[in-house]
Structures are given as C-alpha cells and as structure tokens.
Design a protein around this ligand. Structure first.
Ligand SMILES: *Cc1c(COP(=O)(O)O)cnc(C)c1O
Length: 392
C-alpha cells in the first residue's frame, strides 16, 4: 500500500475503534416510518430524524396531485447544462419570480443545494474590505463558505447580540462592509434567532448587511410559511434571505431572496452557480408547486408547534435544560456513550432518534436530537413522551 492508502486504512480502523466511524444506514421508508435493514430492530420505527417538517415528502397525495396537474411528461428530467449556457429553462425564471413575489421582494435565485448556496454566495460577495461576523453555531456549509472568502471573520458567542454590536462598533471604521451571518432556527439546538434585533443593528450601522440561513425555518414559520423572517416581520431587512428546499419544502436545492443587483452579480460571480449543471426542470416545477401551496399549510405549522411544545415540556419537566423553541429538540446527555445508549433505547421502543456527537456538537453537549414533523400525531407524541421519561 502506498502512503495515502496506508493512512486511509489506519484512520478507518481508528475511527472504528473509537466508535466514531460513520456508515450509511440501510433504510427502508414507509411514509413516516423507517425500517433499518439488517439493523438490531427489525420493526418499523417512527421517523424522528427527518427534515420533512411539514410532512409533505411522506404524503403521497400531494405528490400525486402534482403529477396529475403539471403535464409532467413535458418537463425535462435534466437541464443538460449550466443555466448560463443552454440550461436556463423557462421554469427557472417562472419559479424565481413566484418566490420573489411571495416574499414581496425584488428577486430570487435558485441554487443547486444549501451547501452550494453557503459556499458560493459568501466568496462571491465578500472581499478584503469585508468583515464577516458569524454566530458561533452556524452550519458547516457557512463555515466552509467563509473560509473561501479570505475575508476576516469573527465568530460571536451564540446569539450574544451585545457582543455582536460591540464588534460592529469596534470594527466599524476598519472595514467598508460588515456581513452578519446567522441561521434563523439553529439546526442542533432548535433555538430561534432574534432577527428583529439583528435588523435593528443593521439599521443603526449602514455598512452592515444581513445574511440569514432559513434552512430550518422556511415552510415551518410565519402565517404564509415564509419562515422566521416573516414571523418576526423583517423580510425586507435581510439582504441575503437564504433557504433550502430539501427540508420542509420537500424538494431539493436552495434559494436566495435578494435585490436584483445582487441576483445579477451572483449569476456573474458565484462559482457554484456558474460551474454546475442546473437542477432538473422537473424538480424546479415541483419546488414552484410547493411554494404556490405554502400558505395552505398553516394547520400543519400549528400542529408542529403544538407537538414540539409537548416534547419540550416533557424534557424540561425532567429537569433537563432545553433552549429549543422549535420542532428541533435536543435532549442533552453530555457524553457520546450516553447519547448512543439513549438512541438505542428509543430505537428499541420504535422511535428513530439519533445521537448527535462531537465534532458535530461541542464536547460535553452530546445529545439526542428529536426532529419532529407535522405528520406525527398527538397520540404518538404522548406515547413518545412516556418513553422519553425512561431515558434517565
Ligand atoms: C441542511 C442545511 C444546509 C444544507 O442544505 P442542503 O440543501 O442540504 O445542501 C445549509 N444550511 C443549514 C443551516 C442546513 O441545516
């Protein structure tokens, strides 16, 4: 074996030994249930690790409605090209107009994935005279994007907006622009950013721009399902209002809602937009279909909020601190072993809940992560809560 092969082999063995080796689970899906093939527990488990927050992906009727009403046979399954070459099908612009209209903003741009969005927008817009101020707990894709900018970046303490404003003041005269980056609902703790307050900071300091990743907020929050920005009434204050389409919206890809100048600029400068084959038109049609129906699903949002509250209340009643204010609910356990044991227990009881270990979360904050969807019933949550009680 050559050097690289030896290293790969040894590292894999070390990972295996330490219990940190990741493997692709062999999953069979049946609506909101999953079965792990050749797993320890052969019966179907309620899927509490899905990002299908509105329960749309697991509901065949919605997909069937789309298939019968959208002349699917006429829509290509591939774009065969980057949008800058021959891949720019009409459906892209139609869907982007629809999204912009929903948000009542100038424009929007569809992107290949949330990962491409976060690794592409930042390097395109930030330069040497830009300071990036990012919440300590932002997603790995944002971190990767910041790395690619070459701009100076400071991570402020999670949701500590006093520290953030202090940093803005301190560096105000040293940079020509400052970009503040946050998620709206944080992916591991489920707590919600105060976008209203961030908007106020932005208004106070004209060189500040706001970049918000609504991966876990879009679809789930707001009367019209447009996310935490809608809920908190600050859609217009966010310069880069980003979201992903593979979670609550049951599709794939991502979008940024922005000014038409920013859109035009990204089309020219954003490498993961330029040098990639555009998503299949059929997928874009589905995304447009979902966006057009988003307002209808308020009862799902309300239900999700209700059952989330029930699970959170159960966890807090056990004396465990839980800062979640959403459908993502951590149960803090504090070590890999405990998190794994708790996950095994839940799976044995029929709930597919996964342990979150370091390095995904900081050491000492290992946890179970419940990710609820609107297809989970109150009855199922009551039964789940009885089992949660047996975790410690
Ligand atoms: C899931 C996620 C992404 C990545 O989106 P994909 O479309 O899956 O690539 C980006 N940001 C956050 C906060 C996410 O949770």
């Amino acid at each position: 074996m050559n050097h690289i092969e030896t290293r790969i082999h040894n590292e894999l063995q070390e990972l295996e030994k330490s219990g940190g080796l990741r493997k692709l689970p062999d999953i069979i899906h049946d609506g909101k249930f999953v079965t792990i093939k050749d797993g320890k527990y052969s019966s179907p488990m309620l899927n509490l690790s899905s990002n299908d927050y509105l329960g749309i992906a697991s509901e065949k009727e919605i997909q069937e409605d789309f298939l019968t009403n959208s002349r699917i046979a006429d829509i290509p399954f591939t774009s065969s090209s980057s949008r800058l070459l021959s891949g720019n099908y009409q459906i892209y612009q139609e869907t982007e107009s629809l999204i912009a209209k929903k948000f009542e903003r100038e424009s929007s741009l569809l992107l290949g994935s949330g990962y491409q969005m976060n690794t592409g927008i930042l390097p395109a817009i930030a330069d040497k005279n830009t300071l990036v101020l990012a919440d300590k707990l932002v997603h790995a894709s944002i971190i990767d994007g910041i790395r690619l900018t070459g701009s100076q970046c400071i991570r402020f303490r999670h949701q500590d907006y006093e520290q953030l404003e202090m940093l803005v003041k301190k560096y105000y005269n040293s940079y020509s622009s400052i970009i503040i980056i946050t998620e709206s609902i944080f992916s591991m703790d489920g707590d919600v950013a105060d976008l209203k307050l961030l908007s106020e900071i932005k208004r106070k300091y004209p060189i500040v721009m706001l970049y918000v990743d609504e991966a876990h907020g879009i679809g789930v929050r707001g009367e019209r399902g447009l996310g935490v920005a809608e809920e908190q009434g600050c859609i217009n204050d966010i310069d880069f209002l980003c979201g992903t389409l593979g979670k609550a919206l049951a599709s794939a890809g991502a979008y940024v809602v922005c000014s038409s100048d920013v859109r035009q600029y990204l089309i020219n400068k954003m490498r993961p937009f330029i040098f990639t084959t555009a998503l299949p038109p059929v997928n874009i049609a589905w995304t447009g279909y979902i966006f057009s129906r988003l307002e209808e699903w308020n009862n799902r949002r309300k239900h999700l909020s209700l059952i989330s509250r029930m699970v959170k209340d159960k966890i807090t009643s056990m004396g465990i601190n839980c800062i979640s204010d959403s459908h993502i609910i951590p149960f803090m356990l504090g070590s890999n072993e405990k998190a794994i044991a708790a996950s095994e227990l839940m799976q044995k009881e029929g709930y597919y809940v996964l342990p979150i270990r370091q390095p995904t979360v900081p050491a000492g904050s290992e946890r179970l992560r419940f990710s609820l969807t609107a297809s989970v019933t109150v009855n199922e949550v009551n039964n789940l809560n009885d089992k949660i009680e047996t975790i410690i």
